[in-house]
Ligand binder design. Structure first.
Ligand code: SF4
Length: 249
């Protein structure tokens, strides 16, 4: 098992486990109502509805798992599985990972790896012209006099932070990059540029929120490095970014 697969397995385990757990509880309740006399209509409706919701969740999860390796036959199936993954299964698995005392960051990292797998699978065989490299503001050197927002072309390429190298990469691969100072700006940049694919760099929390927020877009997540602590003069592995750009172009 590769390192990436091992990280992905964590999210797969908690999602599958949570669905199985709820399934057993509901089937147990259903059986109890079935053998018991004098079951009210409300109880029958309650169990039937809960089982129907659970069946929809299980279906979405199975489709999502298939989607990490194969393309789904219809677009609506992809939308259904993605929406459910980001809006429901994420919370369900998060709850079970929380009660199992798992660190939030480990769970988030696993979710991001899982998401990347689906992005890579969806991009297989495609060449992307319009890739947006979305960067966090904390990559910039804190003493830099130039305030870089949205477009990194303003960078004077002095080499004191990774922005200069990323700017060179953007030129080399004829793509575009933007610096977002927050979620609202990131949303605006995405809305304005309508990228085919987003490569987003950020910390665990921002990436997880960003990937889920922009769930309709394929967002490949790259965690930044924090040698000076969070949100201050962070860095990113340039080789990783270059390999990703090569992979998707
Ligand atoms: S590389 Fe660009 S952003 Fe970084 S400190 Fe130099 S001018 Fe500022």
């Amino acid at each position: 098992m590769t390192k990436s697969s091992a990280k992905t397995a964590n999210f797969i385990f908690f999602t599958s486990f949570s669905l199985l757990f709820i399934g057993f509880i509901l089937l147990g309740l259903g059986w109890k109502f079935y053998v018991q006399e004098g079951v009210s209509l409300f109880e029958v409706l309650y169990i039937t509805l809960s089982l129907a919701v659970l069946a929809a969740l299980v279906l979405a999860w199975l489709l999502s798992l298939i989607n990490t390796r194969y393309q789904l036959p219809a677009r609506w199936l992809t939308v259904f599985s993605k929406w459910t993954l980001h809006h429901m299964l994420y919370y369900l698995a998060r709850f079970f990972s929380f009660i199992c005392w798992q660190k939030k960051q480990i769970y988030q990292e696993s979710f991001l790896h899982y998401n990347n797998k689906t992005v890579v699978n969806a991009a297989r065989g495609k060449r992307h012209q319009n890739i947006l490299l979305l960067l966090p503001h904390c990559l910039q050197n804190s003493k830099c006099k130039i305030r870089i927002t949205t477009d990194i072309e303003a960078c004077a390429s002095c080499g004191k932070c990774d922005i200069a190298v990323l700017k060179a990469l953007v030129h080399k691969y004829h793509t575009r990059a933007a610096v977002a100072t927050g979620g609202s700006l990131a949303r605006k940049i995405i809305k304005d540029t309508k990228p085919e694919l987003i490569v987003a760099v950020a910390c665990h929390r921002d990436l997880t929120e960003g990937v889920r927020d922009a769930w309709q877009y394929p967002v490949y997540a790259v965690l930044n490095e924090r040698p000076h602590g969070p949100c201050f003069e962070t860095t990113v592995n340039i080789n990783t970014i270059e390999n990703i750009l090569r992979k998707f172009q």
